[in-house]
Design a protein. Structure first.
Length: 381
């Protein structure tokens, strides 16, 4: 789902702050774009926004996704908190769901040659407003709401095992990573974002809120923060004692949580599978370890946390399997898009994201700033 298809500000600032009607933008739009953005006789204003501000590629992506997005039913879980994690890893890969409805056609991931990534040169992970970066440095988005298996490796650290799960939250037409849980051996660490951006870090250690935390599975934990006005919190799990230079880094900025695998090597993550793909092949594989999945919608549903996976969060939230991940509503419904009077230009967004060295990271950052009209979004990177 394109980031320009949501309006982050509407839930925090109120409608009174939006004075510039998109009708002015439509009036200045070329007939070619108007025709492209008209579906079944209805002009999609979000499409007009993408085409004008984000270029032809983003425009075409928006149209492809909107035309093939289905509305999902939202269910509520009333069960209370779980009693604790199951500490023993499963014996092997589990079967994928068999009762899910037919998935709509979604644009595929980029076509990259099938090459091993035994010595990955770039970091991999997931960004708070969910951009996923695979071991092969492919970038994609999945905006469903559910618990997802980001990385799973039962052989990590000579059998200690590693599980990394993320929990996403749907907001209208987009979602974000609200919390992450990491298990190494018998230790489970969970961290949650905080929309208020308070100094205190919200975390659970082995289900205890702000419990003693010095190591996870024997690996040291380092707490940092950036005193640059962003109040970003950084938690690093240092794997160097066994895998020199390798690290798992969690960043928390407001309600957004980010998980990065720094300096990922074959020795550390060679058996890893999950949303970030299969480390050995670089492919985005299904749970069976053989079927390659080429679109992010199916990939997200495939790696929804199952009952046979470890339940690592301190409480359950909807949806839980067999309920499928909640997908964004069809963005073609009635809505009015208004821009803040001091709307952010693409040039300003590019300047705010200029410090990012990865070209695709910069693109994701610019997307988020323009879509939310919030320059502070650069702080999430």
């Amino acid at each position: 789902m394109s980031h320009a298809d949501h309006d982050f500000c509407s839930g925090t600032k109120g409608d009174d702050n939006f004075d510039l009607d998109i009708d002015q933008i439509i009036a200045e739009t070329t007939p070619e774009v108007i025709n492209k953005c008209t579906t079944e006789g209805e002009l999609d204003e979000g499409c007009v926004f993408d085409c004008n501000f984000l270029g032809d590629e983003a425009c075409d992506e928006f149209i492809d996704i909107v035309q093939n997005t289905a509305t999902a039913d939202i269910t509520v879980i009333t069960d209370g908190p779980t009693s604790g994690p199951t500490l023993d890893p499963t014996a092997g890969p589990t079967s994928p769901p068999t009762t899910a409805p037919v998935t709509p056609i979604i644009p595929s991931l980029p076509d990259v040659p099938d090459i091993p990534v035994s010595n990955a040169a770039t970091d991999a992970g997931s960004q708070g407003d969910p951009h996923f970066k695979t071991w092969r440095n492919e970038h994609f988005e999945y905006h469903g709401q559910c618990d997802l298996v980001l990385v799973k490796d039962s052989k990590f650290a000579e059998g200690l095992g590693l599980d990394v799960q993320i929990r996403t939250k749907l907001v209208r037409f987009w979602s974000y990573i609200k919390s992450a849980a990491i298990r190494i051996g018998n230790d489970v660490f969970e961290v949650e974002g905080d929309a208020a951006g308070t100094v205190e870090l919200r975390y659970w250690m082995n289900m205890e809120f702000q419990g003693p935390l010095e190591t996870i599975g024997g690996f040291p934990v380092i707490f940092n923060s950036r005193d640059n006005g962003t109040n970003k919190k950084i938690i690093q799990i240092d794997l160097s004692s066994k895998y020199p230079g390798a690290m798992i880094e969690i960043q928390v900025w407001k309600e957004f949580v980010k998980v990065d695998f720094k300096n990922p090597t074959f020795e550390a993550f060679g058996n890893a599978v999950g949303m970030l793909g299969d480390f050995k092949s670089g492919k985005t594989l299904a749970r069976d370890g053989f079927t390659e999945i080429d679109d992010f919608h199916k990939l997200g549903n495939e790696w929804q946390v199952l009952p046979t996976d470890l339940m690592m969060f301190h409480k359950a939230e909807a949806p839980q399997f067999p309920k499928k991940c909640i997908e964004p509503e069809d963005p073609r419904g009635e809505r009015r898009r208004r821009l803040d009077e001091s709307s952010v230009s693409a040039e300003d967004a590019e300047k705010a994201c200029a410090s990012l060295t990865d070209e695709l990271d910069r693109k994701d950052c610019v997307y988020d700033i323009i879509a939310t009209q919030d320059m502070a979004m650069a702080g999430a990177y």
